[in-house]
Structures are given as structure tokens and as C-alpha cells.
Design a protein around this ligand. Sequence first.
Ligand code: HEC
Ligand code: HEC
Length: 312
Amino acid sequence: MFRLAKAFVVLATAMLVACSVSVNYDRGDQPDPSIPDNPVQVAGYYGVGNAASPEEIAGWDIDIRPDGLGLPVGSASAEDGEMLYEDQCAVCHGSFGEGVDRYPVLAGGEGTLTESRPEKTVGSYWPYASTLWDYIHRAMPFEAPQSLSDQEVYAITAYVLYLNDLVDYEFVLTRDNLASIEMPNRDGFFVDDRPDTSNEVCMINCKDPASIRITSEPELVVNVSPVVRSPGAGVYDQACSVCHAKGVGTAPIPGDNADWSERIGKGRDELLSSALLGIGIMPAKGGHAYLSDDEVAAAVDFMIELERSFFE
Ligand code: HEC
Ligand code: HEC
């Protein structure tokens, strides 16, 4: 069924392309003699498209079943995969599968599935090793999917299994033994056969919808205090924060008392005048000459306000 579905996709694509060819016939004219017997005409029921070639089908038919069906011939050890993994995967997934930044963690996390923050990795979560082979082959490395040879996929799959303590470093992964690898969470999935609703479907003599009364009304609760930002916040974000949020140079960080307290003693007028005219290495209006004086004033007020909120 799966194979058939894929063949249809190829066929459908071919049909879309072929439509432009068939326009000549739709006009009700005689077939254009400059177009030889339309070769796609014979292919199928609608007279368009080509039968998917074995190569085209093979391009789609890359799924690997849990029992290993679909795996190509090949074998490689975790050891073989180490350098490949280091070269092609570690930049995102980490040398130990720990995940760099927010890239997925591939190893560890065993026993965390019942915790409030489960760490779902190949080792802790995935039920079948076949998925690992399939996924790496299909989708990784992220920036060059399907660039790995089958042999390399065997090697890297073995290595990721090794990172999860599921096989030894010398372990040789083959087409024949991949399905026999027992993943720790293999029994953690089950078919959820609960019905979508517990109601019986009514097909005959059903209740008149007009007679159905809704017995409870949703309550409209308006109890959200909106976050009010000062008018100067936007100006500050766009024109001032680039220096002031991080304290570039000597730029005081609003809210940071040590930086700001001395200055705030100068009073608003003085601060505003500095902001308008520039001070030290800060250019007038922070270099944003297009700002109106009022906008700069609003930003200064916002900065002063940030200081206050610091003490609240
Ligand atoms: C440029 C960064 C990058 C590189 C290099 C990379 N990956 Fe990934 N990988 C990702 C991202 C992003 C995802 C998540 C993709 C998604 O969820 O659609 C991912 C997902 C995965 C997953 C599934 C994780 C999960 O739990 O869902 C596996 C397994 C995996 N990568 C293995 C590899 C292997 C093996 C290599 C080396 C051949 C590799 N990756 C190289 C970025 C990368
Ligand atoms: C290019 C970086 C930069 C930008 C952009 C910038 N500032 Fe400054 N700002 C500084 C530096 C540096 C100082 C400290 C100068 C000194 O005292 O020597 C400063 C000081 C200040 C002071 C304190 C003045 C005083 O008298 O002590 C205020 C108020 C101020 N900036 C407001 C603003 C406002 C408002 C904006 C946006 C419209 C802004 N700054 C944009 C770098 C910047």
C-alpha cells in the first residue's frame, strides 16, 4: 500500500507537468500535427503522465521497518562511525550526543520519561533502532540530507547507539542484526484504542437539534491587567538600547544602580539635555538625529522609570 501510494505521488506530479501538453487537445481542434503521437497518452487511464520508473520509486521508497525490512546491504562498527559522527554531526549534536545549544540531544536521558521534564533521546525514548537508521539516512546531516552512503549510515547509527550505551565500541551493525537491538523504551508505546468520544453515533431517529439546550454557558472572565509600557519604551528599544542595555563604553545601564545612581541625581532636565546634545562619546540623540526632542525625552523618562522599578 505504501509503495503504491508513492507511485501515485510520482504519477500525480507527472500529470501536473503533462497538463500543459494536453492543452492542444482541449481546444477541440484536431491534434496538432507538429506534436507526434503523444507518448504519455498510452501510459494510463487519463492518458497523461508516465508510469513511475523503478528509479523514481526507489527514490521515495526509503522507509525502514522495525523488523529491518528496507535496509540495504551493509555493515559497519561504532568505531567506524566515530570520526564520521565527529565530522558531520557533533557540531550540532555534541561529541557525546549532549546537544549543542538547542539542537536535539541524542544520548542519555534514560529514566527521565516519567519526570516533569523528560529528556527524550534516541536511547531514552525511541522504540526501534530502525528509526535511527531511517532518520539519519533520510534527514541528516541537517544541511545536506541524503548525502551519506549506506555504509556511512550504518557506521554513524552504530556510533549513536554506542553513545547511548546500547552497543559496544567494537560492535558491528549489519542489515541482519539491526532489528534485534532492543531499545530501552521498546515497550513504552501502545495503541491507544480509546474512542474519540464516548457518545454513540446516531444515524436514525436522532434528537431534534432544536431541542438540545446548552445547560452551562462559558463564563467570560476579563481579569487581565495589560502590561503598560511607557511611550518612550519603543524609542529606547530602537535607538538607545544598543548601547545602554549592555553598557557599551561608559553608557550607563538604566536600572543598574551603580551605573545610574550618580547620574540620576542630576535631575531630569540635565539628563535630557545630555541626551539631546550628546555627552562624552555619546553623540547627540544617540546618533539618531531623526528623533524629535519629545521622543528623546520620552526615552529618557523611560530610562528614569526603569531605575525606579529597580527599587520597587
Ligand atoms: C546543522 C546542524 C545539524 C547537523 C550537522 C546534524 N543535525 Fe541532526 N538534527 C538537527 C536538527 C535541527 C534536528 C531536529 C530536526 C527536526 O526536528 O525537524 C536534528 C535531529 C536529529 C535526530 C532526531 C533527534 C530526535 O530526537 O528527534 C537525529 C537522530 C539526528 N539529528 C542525527 C544526526 C546525525 C547522525 C548527524 C550527522 C550525520 C546529524 N544529525 C547532523 C541538526 C543537525
Ligand atoms: C552609541 C551609543 C549610545 C547610544 C545609541 C545612546 N547612548 Fe546615551 N550614553 C552613551 C554613553 C557612552 C553615555 C555616557 C557618556 C559619558 O558620561 O561620558 C551615555 C549617557 C546617557 C545619559 C546620561 C547623561 C548624563 O548626563 O549623565 C542619558 C540620559 C542617555 N545617555 C540617554 C540616551 C538616550 C535617550 C538615547 C537614545 C535616544 C541614548 N542615550 C543613546 C552612549 C549611547
